[in-house]
Write a protein that binds this ligand. Structure first.
Ligand code: FMN
Length: 276
């Protein structure tokens, strides 16, 4: 097939950390409602994308631990080794067509009401959860021990991702989901310890999770970070200037940055009904 000169670059390979994507068609993480419940359908969907030519095919957000789950929504899970067969089906199906497989590790903390596990949701501060359905559930401020636990759960999930054959492993803090974003945001982070206050402190968890992931799997897997760069509420929230300041410090930390807007309803509007 003759490719227009202007678009040839899209078909060139790109190195992302230790892996190489065959082209620049990159399917960012998104869910499809099938998740852990309708595995064959979900595997087939990802395989069709790889077959169609996407260089990278990512999962949806994948819950790393039962203390943060987002029932009644159906996502994938990487809670323990029992989840590996499902996840390996995805990577095998994507690899058959020569694409890379990415996984988005998610700990949504105060965004998950835990309607299934009934665990107390954890967040940076003692605050009501921020869920789409306004569930009357309170999140508890994480202790240092909770933070250590979270880092261990995330690291274990990264190791399991590698074992399942993923090429790209994500740290997730975007869309008002993902604990690293809640820690970054002044409106949710009221801590007075080294995880609160200054930008450096609010970014500490994010940086630790990226570093942990690189340490655990960075030899063979690319480490990506999907991060929300603007809560669109001015200086009370995450905003452009402070994110530029953060990037000037840690731009080289992950192998790939995947930037979104902070709130789900702004980032994920359908172009049919919203302004660009
Ligand atoms: C139904 C739906 C599910 C999505 N699921 C996820 C997800 O699991 N993880 C994630 O990081 N983004 C998710 N997204 C956000 C998309 O990846 C993407 O950022 C958003 O649709 C904006 O796309 P655009 O940049 O092409 O306009 C989802 C979006 C939609 C509409």
């Amino acid at each position: 097939m003759e490719v227009d000169e202007r678009y040839k670059i899209l078909f060139e390979p790109v190195k992302i950390g230790p892996v190489v994507t065959p082209n620049r068609f990159y399917q960012v993480p998104h869910c499809n409602g099938m998740g852990f419940r309708d595995v064959s359908g979900m595997v087939a969907l990802r395989a069709i994308k790889a077959e169609g030519g996407w260089g990278v095919v990512c999962t949806e957000q994948v819950e790393i631990h039962h203390t943060s789950e987002i029932a009644p929504y159906i996502e994938l899970r990487i809670w323990d080794d029992k989840d590996l067969p499902v996840l390996s089906r995805i990577t095998n199906a994507v690899h058959i067509h020569g694409a890379l497989a990415g996984i988005e590790l998610a700990y949504n903390g105060m965004n998950g009401p835990n309607l299934y596990s009934r665990e107390v949701p954890l967040g940076p501060s003692d605050l009501p959860t921020v869920t789409f359905s306004n569930d009357p559930v309170q999140a508890r401020a994480m202790t240092k021990r909770d933070i250590t636990n979270l880092r261990r759960w995330h690291r274990n999930a990264a190791l399991r991702s590698k074992a399942a054959g993923f090429d790209i492993v994500y740290v997730y803090g975007a869309h008002g989901l993902g604990a690293p974003q809640h820690f970054l945001s002044r409106r949710y982070n009221q801590r007075t310890d080294e995880y609160g206050g200054s930008l450096k402190n609010r970014a500490r968890l994010l940086i630790e999770l990226i570093e942990d992931t690189k340490d655990a799997v960075g030899d063979t897997c690319a480490v990506a970070c999907r991060i929300g760069v603007d809560e669109m509420i001015g200086e009370e929230g995450i905003h452009r200037e402070e994110m530029l300041e953060l990037f000037s410090e840690i731009s080289e930390l992950p192998d790939l940055w995947d930037l979104t807007l902070c709130s789900w309803d702004i980032d994920s509007q359908t172009s049919r009904f919203s302004e660009e």
